[in-house]
Design a protein around this ligand. Structure first.
Ligand code: ATP
Ligand code: MG
Length: 137
């Protein structure tokens, strides 16, 4: 079955939003298969955001993601990659509808509280990057 990588970013963790965020995925019917509170590090983030390395906002994205612990999770279920992106809402909170996680809890693109894999292929890479095999149940 399909799996996706969802991470509550440092501001979401610091604001205590993760119970609400986990509930939304559970309520939708998805199964939690891995979870850990972890500090990212620069090499990991450079690989995670490899496609964004040349963007002007990359340095601030790095320092944002290093500003505190991240809640890394893996969810499993039907169409979970696409559905996960729908639950998150658009990257820019100005464009994300009320009812989505970013639409309800974020105002700033640079602090948009949550990450979700954008394709099945990316999800596989991200899960392997953030978790060891034995951490997945
Ligand atoms: P994520 O990968 O975090 O789920 P996304 O796939 O919706 O978000 P990406 O294009 O992968 O968006 O960008 C990754 C992250 O980089 C965004 O979530 C946001 O925090 C930051 N970001 C993207 N574009 C900008 C921008 N123009 N200005 C500031 N930050 C940005
Ligand atoms: Mg992305």
């Amino acid at each position: 079955t399909e799996r996706t990588f969802i991470a509550v970013k440092p501001d979401g963790v610091q604001r205590g939003l993760f119970p609400e965020i986990l509930s939304r995925f559970f309520n939708k019917g998805y199964k939690l298969v891995a979870i850990k509170l972890t500090m990212a590090n620069e090499p990991l983030l450079r690989e995670h955001y490899a496609d964004l390395q040349s963007k002007p906002f990359f340095p601030s994205l790095l320092s944002y993601m290093l500003s505190g612990p991240v809640l890394a999770t893996v969810w499993e279920g039907k169409d979970v990659v696409k559905q996960g992106r729908i639950l998150l809402g658009a990257t820019n909170p100005l464009a994300s509808a009320p009812g989505t996680i970013r639409g309800d809890f974020a105002v700033d693109m640079g602090r948009n509280i949550i990450h979700g894999s954008d394709s099945v292929e990316t999800a596989e890479k991200e899960i392997a990057l953030w978790f060891k095999k034995e951490e997945l149940v």
